[in-house]
Design a protein around this ligand. Structure first.
Ligand code: NAD
Ligand code: DAU
Length: 350
């Protein structure tokens, strides 16, 4: 089947990798990238594919249902890849309403628009919701999140994502909307906004600024290279079962402090600096409120049923990521200075 896909949040970190993969791998599909261009949305992430004949950018808000209805009528979408969200936990602690607005109300508006547009023929349609492992809560020293783990969100961000997951499933059960969901662990890689731990630390190492470690740095995250995540989404989109959820992760757990030390080691080595130079920048700061201790994904279902496994070892992935940031100083400068916001005006406003 040839798809016309509404991809939301395509100017963000994961969304831009997902857009690139679908635009280049499926020239027969049409991809419409709907993005509000919040502080996290950056069209410079998509420079290499912005003129592709099967790609179109539309600026808009997923909360705006009348606008979504018009968009569905205009493009006759056969699928939705829903990536748009407020995504940063620290911001959710200072502004929870923004997270409820986009993640809960925005997702519901999108579900409603798809349900109305597809009401006479749901055959072959797919509403794919991209979610996070944080909905499952926080683990102790052992155990993993499976698809059966009970939801236990603990930050405004994860509570808003959990709500959106429930609404997606509710639309499937109540209206038979053909949905698929995936819940992924922490991503890293190129185009990651430098408010998140890995790009923040790379940027601060390069600019000789403190590396802020929350609490004792003992919290554990399970890191996956972003291209492996979008490859999993591709597999689930095309071969996953309707109504099902798949966990995505790389069995790659790191304590924050060990991860930051590894970043310091690799950057020092690449720049020919003395061993231990960057580690001196490590600074312990006040812990995040309600900081989840450990996340770890069991991706057995995805491996056994659909054959997906991660392609990159972490040392290789993190090395590629650092190389990308070293080679893309201009992107980093634009993002940290705010200049990237002018790109839309130049590109799309003539
Ligand atoms: P991001 O913050 O980098 O990008 C989010 C994008 O959504 C931005 O381009 C932003 O402009 C857009 N957006 C925000 N509000 C919008 C609205 N109301 N209407 C239209 N567009 C809007 O996020 P990310 O890290 O790429 O995460 C993408 C998705 O993947 C999110 O749903 C997130 O919950 C999920 N996820 C992220 C990770 C991770 O490690 N980053 C891991 C698992 C799941
Ligand atoms: O698990 C998936 C989630 O991973 C996604 O759903 C979120 O969208 C994504 O932002 C990410 O959430 P985290 O809170 O785990 O990522 P972050 O990079 O903000 O933090 C990673 C860890 O590092 C976490 O334990 C907090 C800590 N940290 C973070 C920052 C920004 C620090 O110690 N210092 C920092 O400055």
């Amino acid at each position: 089947m040839k798809h016309t896909i509404l991809l939301t949040g395509g100017a963000g970190f994961i969304g831009s990798h997902l857009t690139r993969l679908f635009v280049t791998k499926y020239p027969d599909y049409r991809i419409v990238n709907l993005d509000k261009l919040t502080y996290a949305g950056n069209l410079e992430n998509l420079r290499d594919i912005e003129h592709a004949p099967n790609y179109q950018f539309v600026k808009g808000d997923i909360v705006d249902l009348p606008f979504l209805r018009t968009l569905f009528a205009e493009h006759q979408f056969t699928a939705v890849l829903h990536c748009a969200a407020e995504s940063h936990v620290d911001r959710s602690i200072t502004d929870p309403l923004a997270f409820v607005t986009t993640n809960v109300i925005g997702t519901t508006a999108l579900l409603q628009a798809a349900k109305e547009a597809w009401k006479d023929d749901m055959n072959g349609k797919i509403f794919y919701h991209i979610s996070t492992d944080e909905v499952y809560g926080s683990l102790g020293e052992t155990g993993f999140f499976t698809e059966e783990t009970a939801y236990d969100p603990r930050s405004p961000y994860s509570a808003s994502k959990a709500s959106s997951d429930h609404l997606v499933r509710a639309f499937h059960h109540t209206y038979k909307l053909p949905v698929k969901l995936s819940n992924c662990s922490n991503n890293y890689g190129p185009y990651h906004f430098p408010e998140k731990l890995i790009p923040l630390c790379i940027n601060n190492i390069l600019t000789n600024k403190p590396l802020p470690i929350y609490g004792k740095g003992e919290n554990v995250r399970d890191w996956l290279y972003v291209e492996d995540h979008v490859r999993a989404i591709d597999v689930i989109f095309h071969t996953g079962k309707i109504g099902e959820t798949y966990n995505i992760g790389g069995h790659n757990e790191w304590k924050n402090i060990d991860l930051v030390k590894e970043l310091c080691r690799q950057v020092d080595q690449k720049l020919g600096r003395d061993k231990g130079t960057s580690e001196k920048l490590i600074t312990y700061v006040t812990d995040r409120a309600g900081h989840d201790m450990r996340y770890a994904i069991d991706a057995t279902k995805l491996k056994n049923e659909l054959g997906w496994t991660p392609s990159l070892q972490f040392e290789e992935g993190i090395s590629k990521t650092i190389d990308w940031y070293l080679a893309n100083g201009e992107w980093l400068n634009h993002v940290t200075s705010g200049d990237y916001r002018e790109y839309y005006e130049k590109m799309y406003r003539g």
